[in-house]
Each structure stands twice: as C-alpha cells, then as structure tokens.
Design a protein around this ligand. Structure first.
Ligand code: GDP
Length: 427
C-alpha cells in the first residue's frame, strides 16, 4: 500500500502572509489576500504536487481561525498541526520577532511536529536586518521567501522535499489483518461505534505501536478474521472539536483512509446524507479504497427522518458504486455485529481477481482487456478509441464490471490503451 499523502501545514500569527504563501505553493491565486485580518478565505486545504508525482496536502491554518481572533491559533489549528508531517512556521521579516510569534510557537511545540522556520517578506532591507532575531527561536536556519513576489519559493520547496517522508511503499499490516478506517463528519457517532466494537469484544484487543507516529491502531481478532482499526486515538480526540470546517474533516479522514483497505463511512440516519458525507465519500473514492456505509443512530429514526434518508441515500450509493451498507445504533449495539461481515465482503471485492477470458467474454465491443492489479481492481483495456477520465462510457464500463463481478463499494480503475483496429484480438 502506498504511504499516505504527506501533509504540510502553514502556521503563524495573523497577517504574516500564510494565505499568500499557501497560494504561491499551490500555484494558484484563488484566495483573497488582504492587509487586514478577518478576510474570508475560500479554501483551507489543497492537494498539489511538491514535485512531479509527489502530491502533498497543503493546509492554510489561517483559514481555521476566525478573522478577529488575534491569537492566530485554536483547537482546530492544533489538530491540523498534529495531523501534519511538516509545519511551516511563518514569520514576518519586516516586523521582526514578536511576542505573538512566540505564543504561537509555544502552543505548537508540545506537538513535536518537524518544523521549518520560514521568514516572509525577506526581500526587504529591514527584513535582512531583523533576521538575527529569528535564530533565537531555536528552529535552525530560516528559509527566506517573498510569498507575494515568489522569491525563494524554489529553495523552500527543495527544503520541504528533504524534510518530508520519502514516497516509498508502506508495509502491509502485520498478520494479514484487514486495515479499516472509520471516518465521517463530527458527531455522527464514530467514537461511539469504535468504543462499542472494541469495548464489547471479549476477544483479544491490542494496541499496535504505529509505524512512525500514528499511535493507536487497534488489532481486533474476531471469528470472521482480524481487523486493524487505524488511528482510533484520533477518532476519539477529534470528536471533541465541533464546528470545524468540512475541509479539515476531509483532510483528517483522508489520512486515515490512505492507511486502510476498507473505509467505513459513518453517517447519521435521522439527518440523512449531507454534503459533508459526500465530501468524505469522495475522498474514499479518490483514494481508491473499498467503502462500507454505516448508518448510525438508527434508534433515533422517525418517519420524517426515514423519508430524508431514503431521499438522500441514492446519491451516496451512486458515488460509492453501490457500497455494502449496515444500519446500526452504536448506542444500543443494534446491527454492530453485522459490520464485520460487510467489511470482509468489501475487502474480498477489493482484492478481486478475474481471468482475462472472463473479462473479454463480458466485453465484446472492446478489443482486449486484462487485469493488471488488485486492491483496487485495475483493468487494462486495449480499445479502438480514447476514453478520457470524464467520459461517461468509462463510468458505464466501471459500473458493468462492478455489477458483473458483484463488487459494490469498490472503485474499479480502468487504464485504457489505444490499439489500432487492424491489430485484432489474438487471445
Ligand atoms: P464522533 O464525533 O463521530 O466520534 O461522534 P460521537 O461518537 O462522539 O457521538 C456524537 C453524539 O451522538 C454523542 O452524544 C453520542 O452519545 C451520540 N450517539 C452516537 N451514536 C448514537 C446512536 O446510535 N444513537 C443515539 N441515540 N445517539 C448516538
């Protein structure tokens, strides 16, 4: 399995230029840049390559602090920092070191994330005169940039590249356990569900020391098989932060999802499917993981709620390619036992292996198809036409494969190679 996409958070007191640097780094200029605090930003998290083929999640923590909050840091920022592989601690070269800089640093230091000091507006003479002060922070040699003019960005990117974990494969979980991520919006009942699962089990539950710094994975042995629940500590801790923007929830979920084979998406029955649920579902699908949908708080479902759920559920089912679903109440325990069977079903589907013969009997209109990967199933088609990613026929084919092989909830990757019509199928 691939290593999770690394995350880089830009942190600093208000007005040092976090949003400008963020935009510079993601090579777009969409956020509003303004001299006054309290400017609405239109995004907080962006996925952009550090270098070709090396994607990074960039987080502008300024977007997590209400505009008139002079502290520049709050619980959401701390959570974003905790979920990061590298912090860019940004200061303003023209003002020199301030007490507010030190307060921010004091709060993030205990989280012990690797931190790179970045001095912004460093292209001015006054900034060069102030530079010495920043060495007092004990963060080593600062990277000097001008976010606004783009100076020093190349060097900064190089240093980020050195600091981040190298993009190499991560070992599969020990003992062939199925890695499971429990994800969902705040308050849907993720921690209640995990507690119910782990608390009720009279079988072995053991914490697994994390690879690098994702501490509390829990290995659960069940009659159905072994399940490794990833980042259960994070699920419990994050439940305490309410009102966090959707983007932060998706960022945190994506990190869990990428460590798992099967993502269990928890939604709330009485509320039905919301845009936040769909955003997290989208992250599961993009990451290419199998999905199981848990509909929690079934005990609270009344007629109006059932109508909402029935009306909103089809969009989610469509987005996730008809995933296995289980209705539960984490509060009473109803249905929770059934989850394991669904996870197993999803994982088997994720590992689907099909023969080339079967594949080609299904596809008379194409020249040739063969499976080139599993988990998620990846099929290479040699076709007499191009099929762009957005092409409806591609989605149609994916759906046909999914139905034919009965692998609901599993993304199927199609790699289409063009082949001239004269080279006829030989297999
Ligand atoms: P998380 O943020 O997704 O981890 O959500 P929590 O597990 O903290 O649950 C949020 C709230 O919903 C808490 O007050 C729970 O007691 C409540 N809750 C969770 N699951 C259920 C359920 O199945 N039924 C009912 N009635 N309440 C639930």
């Amino acid at each position: 399995m691939d290593r999770p996409t690394p995350t880089v958070a830009i942190v600093g007191r208000p007005n040092v230029g976090k949003s400008t640097l963020f935009n510079r780094l993601i090579r777009e200029r969409r956020a509003i840049v303004h001299d006054q605090p309290g400017v609405t930003r239109d995004r907080i998290v962006a996925l952009a390559d550090l270098e070709e083929g090396r994607p990074v999640q960039w987080v502008d923590t300024g977007g997590l602090v209400p505009g008139d909050d002079a502290s520049g840091i709050n619980a959401q920022v701390l959570i974003a920092v905790e979920a990061s592989d590298l912090v860019l601690f940004l200061v303003d070269g023209t003002t020199g070191l301030t007490a507010a800089d030190e307060r921010v640093l004091d709060q993030i230091r205990p989280l012990r994330r690797p931190t790179l000091l970045v001095v912004n507006k460093a292209d001015t003479r006054v900034a060069r005169e102030n530079l010495g002060e920043f060495w007092q922070l004990g963060l080593g040699e600062p990277a000097l940039v001008s976010a606004e003019h783009g100076a020093g960005i190349g060097e900064l990117v190089d240093r980020i590249g050195v600091e981040l974990p190298q993009p190499e494969a991560e070992a599969a979980p020990a003992g062939g356990a199925i890695a499971v991520a429990v994800v969902g919006r705040p308050n849907v009942g993720k921690s209640s569900l995990v507690n119910r699962i782990l608390g009720e089990s009279r079988l072995l539950v053991s914490p697994v020391p994390g690879t690098t710094r994702d501490p509390i994975d829990v290995l659960l042995q069940r009659p159905e098989g072994s399940f490794l629940f990833v980042d259960t500590a994070g699920i419990r801790r994050r439940a305490k932060v309410t009102g966090a923007p959707e983007e932060l929830a998706v960022l945190l979920a994506r990190r869990q999802i990428e460590r798992a084979e099967v993502a269990v998406l928890v939604i709330e029955a009485p509320t039905g499917v919301t845009s936040g649920d769909l955003a997290i579902a989208g992250a599961i699908w993009e990451a290419g993981r199998a999905a199981v949908v848990v509909i929690n708080k079934w005990d609270l479902l009344d007629d109006a709620g059932r109508e909402r759920l029935d009306r909103s559920f089809p969009r989610l089912a469509e987005l996730l390619g008809d995933p296995p679903r289980v209705n539960v109440s984490a509060a009473t325990g109803r249905g929770v036992e059934d989850l394991f069977e669904r996870v197993l079903t999803a994982q088997r589907a994720f590992r689907l292996q099909v023969s080339t013969g079967e594949l080609n009997r299904l596809l008379e209109q194409l020249l040739y198809a063969t499976q080139v990967g599993a988990g998620p199933p990846t099929l290479m088609l040699f076709a007499n036409r191009d099929l762009p990613l957005s092409h409806p026929y591609r989605r149609y084919l994916e759906n046909r494969f999914r139905e034919h092989f009965a692998v609901g909830g599993v993304p199927i990757r199609l790699v289409v190679r063009r082949r001239s019509t004269r080279e006829k199928r030989t297999a």
